[in-house]
Structure formats: structure tokens, C-alpha cells
Design a protein around this ligand. Sequence first.
Ligand SMILES: Nc1ncnc2c1ncn2[C@@H]1O[C@H](COP(=O)(O)OP(=O)(O)OP(=O)(O)O)[C@@H](O)[C@H]1O
Ligand SMILES: [Mg+2]
Ligand SMILES: [Zn+2]
Length: 154
Amino acid sequence: MRELKITPIKNGTVIDHITSGFALEVLRIIGANNLDKESTVSVALHVRSRRMGWKDIVKVENMELSPQKVNAIALLSPTATISMIHDFKVIEKRPVALPDRFSGVLKCPNPNCITNKGEPVEPEFEVVRRRPMALRCLFCDRYVDDFLPHLNTR
Ligand SMILES: Nc1ncnc2c1ncn2[C@@H]1O[C@H](COP(=O)(O)OP(=O)(O)OP(=O)(O)O)[C@@H](O)[C@H]1O
Ligand SMILES: [Mg+2]
Ligand SMILES: [Zn+2]
């Protein structure tokens, strides 16, 4: 009745415990429409979970996630776990963990921010609250809690 709905993979990455409803955003972040031709991507939406009630799952063959993509997933879904599969076995499993400061994931929503003026300044954010997540731009002090529309992957 649970994750066995998805075929096992030999090598790749499992993103489990995704907040129910966010798997399609995760697919966008990992660039699922742009992977090599040998990679099957399996998605399960609205799967029963003892821990979370409901969750989504994404399994991708032959792919590893960059730290920035993991950060983007952590923003959407702080409960997500990332497992690395090698020869059908889990060789590493960890929760996504957004660092207190990060860059490379979000654009600042403030159009007057220096990071939106065509200068070579990379936006950087500080986590001011985790549940629910709220951020502050280190350049203009803008408080950001509606960050989905500002993810770099859009
Ligand atoms: N060969 C495989 N192919 C695809 N997915 C796999 C494979 N092996 C494990 N997984 C998935 O990787 C994740 C971690 O595996 P693990 O066996 O640790 O899961 P678990 O016991 O359900 O733990 P959790 O508490 O994280 O749910 C789970 O989502 C599991 O479904
Ligand atoms: Mg499980
Ligand atoms: Zn800013």
C-alpha cells in the first residue's frame, strides 16, 4: 500500500517526505524534463505516511543533487529527505537542511534591491524563522516569506 508502488532504482536519488502537493515544484527544481535519456523519473503524489499524514515522493535514476538544489527543496519542503541509492541500496540518507545563510537559490523580490540592478551581486538570504520559514535579504533587508515565485529555477 505504500512506496512499493514505485519500481526500485539501481542508482540515483530518492527525495522522500516531500510536503504533499509539492512534487511538481521539486521536479522543476531538479530539471526533471532535462535529464539524460537513460534516467527514469518516478513520482508519487499523495502517498500515505505515518509521520506526515500525506506526502509526495520523487525518485530519479542516475542523478545527484547539487547543494543549491537541495537548498531549494529545503525551502519548499523542510521535511524532505534525500537518499542516495547505489546498487539498489540506500548508501546515504539525510534530511534537507537549509543553512542559516545561503545564496544561489532565490532572487530578491524587491525590484529596487542592488541584486536586481544588473550588478554582479549575488543575492544572499538569512533565515529569520524556520517554521514557518521566513527569510531576510542581506542587501536590502526585505523580509521574504512568499518565496516560491522567486526561486531561481523558475
Ligand atoms: N532501490 C531503491 N529504489 C528506489 N527507492 C528506494 C530504494 N531503496 C530505498 N528507497 C527509498 O529510499 C528512501 C530511504 O530508504 P529507507 O529504506 O531508509 O526508507 P524507510 O525505512 O522508509 O525510511 P524513512 O524513515 O526515511 O521513511 C525511502 O523513500 C525508500 O522508499
Ligand atoms: Mg519510509
Ligand atoms: Zn534584496
